[in-house]
Every structure is written in C-alpha cells, then in structure tokens.
Design a protein around this ligand. Sequence first.
Ligand code: RIB
Ligand code: CA
Length: 314
Amino acid sequence: MSQNPIPVILDCDPGHDDVMAILLAAASERLNLAAITTVSGNGPIDKVTQNALKFCTLAGLTNIPIAQGATHPLIGQSHAATEIHGESALDGVALPESTIALSKFSAVQLMAQIITESPVPVTIIATGPLTNVAQLLRTHPELHSRIRSISIMGGGTERGNWRPLAEFNIWFDPEAADIVFTSGLDIYLCGLNITHQVLITPEIFTRLENIDSHLSRTIVPLMRFFAHAYDTTFGMPQPPLHDPIAVLMVSHPELFTFAHVPVAIEKDGTHTRGATVIDLHRVTDAPNNAYVAIGVDVPAFWDLMIEAVATISE
Ligand code: RIB
Ligand code: CA
C-alpha cells in the first residue's frame, strides 16, 4: 500500500465491467477502497446488489462495506441492460452465495458517513447511473468540501450506445447527471470515446486464462458472456471494458490526456435526452466544469488490470 492511498467509494451497478472496476480498485496500492455502493442500472437494485455481494465473496473482498442505493432514477422508471448483462445483470457463471452482510445503511448514508469520518477528502468513483451521487450532493451540501473529486464512466465526445447520442449511465438518469456536473466539484469523465479503445481482445483473454486461479476461472466466462452480448447487440466481438477506466483515472491520472472543458447534460431533447454535450473547442462561454479524458495508455491499463486479477487471486 502506498504511503497515502487515496480513499475512494465505488458506486456501481454490477455489471460485468463493474466487477472488474471493483477488482482494479481493491488491488491498487494507490487507493483505499473504503466502500462499495450499488445503484439500479444494468439491473434492478436487488440484482446488482446481490451481484456485488456474491462477487466480493468470490474474490475474498469480505472486509469492504457494501450498501444498497437507489431503486430507480430521480425521474421516471428503472431500465435494465439485460441485452448486455443478462437477466441476473451478471450472467455467464454461477456465483457463490454471499457470506457478506449488506450494510444496514443506505448507499447515501454510508457515503456520507465515510466522507464525514475520513481525515482527508474522499474520491467518489461512479460506474453506473449517477442517482446515488446526486442524492448525496443534494442532501449533504456540507460535505462538498470533503469530496476530493468525482470520477465518472459515462457519456462521451462522440456517439452514444444506448441511444444514438446518449450513453447508458447518463441516459438512465440525466437529472442526476446534471446535478453532478453543475455541482462545482472536480469531475473527471471517461466516455465511450475512451472506453471503446479498451477492448477485450483474444490476447487479453489468453492473459486472463494464463492466471489460472479460482477467480480468473470465473472472470473468463463472465467476460465471454459480455463479449457474446456485445457481438450480438453491437457487432463488437471484442467488448469495451468501460468501468475500470473510471478507477484508473483516480489511481493513474498520468496515463491520461484530459481536456478541461464545458460539459452539459441534455435533459429535454426529443432525440437527445441523456447526451453529454461536450464543448471540446470551447465555442460556448459555459464554464469548464469537467476534465474529459481524450487519451489513455491502453497497454498500461491492461497490465494493471491483469495484475489486479492475479494479485486478488493470491
Ligand atoms: O455504457 C457503459 C456503461 O453502462 C457501463 O458502466 C456499463 O456497466 C453500463 O452500466
Ligand atoms: Ca456500470
């Protein structure tokens, strides 16, 4: 563990790529994964929460508090990405029953508690819809100064995935995203323009298989399911591993190129609701409210991701 690991809370909707984000955060010597909180997104809250509990049990990550969060977006109904993550929201392998007791606190209560008690400001990493994060910022304005930054997987500078111009996490709860992006806090964003460079290729599958551990023998079929779903849905047989990149922005910012630019969340467009409107060339006079990733060292990421799976397996 490094001298002063950064305390982080991972808010997620496991989710195949979310569980890889859990592993990268838990294995990083530069981070202290203080809590995992769940949010409705890839699946209903009960399923994504069970997935977090079961996967952390499998990985031996039994000392990290896990708290359940929002059941639906701030406005409207919940949606599930069953096309990508399956009925369980983590299809592909049978996970063991959880031995971890779910926190008696809600996600927002646990986030607030950890941020209040931390001797240094805490970083929030969000790899699902931003409902929990928005509710934290709205109900605890007194904690804003104790939040170091918010690292988000979502949106993108190009096209969308769940809608032609909207990425799933932002599209799921645009009102929540707007609250976060107008909060005035330091926001780091890795969108599809970045994550679609981070593909699970046959070479990556071989590197995962070569670890040959109980954990890697679970990760491989999960990623095979994810790859088949991406191929079937998007014609992408090598799926993008989105969520760990939001972890990497915190642990290894030196592996990125960022543009500090205005980002607006479209809430009302008939065809564009949920879009991240990123003013890369600053043609508006809007404030530069986010550090948007426009470059990443992909091989360095994969070395760290493979090392994380191997390390957690020990
Ligand atoms: O659009 C990709 C994002 O949506 C990822 O976080 C994935 O897990 C899903 O939540
Ligand atoms: Ca996710």
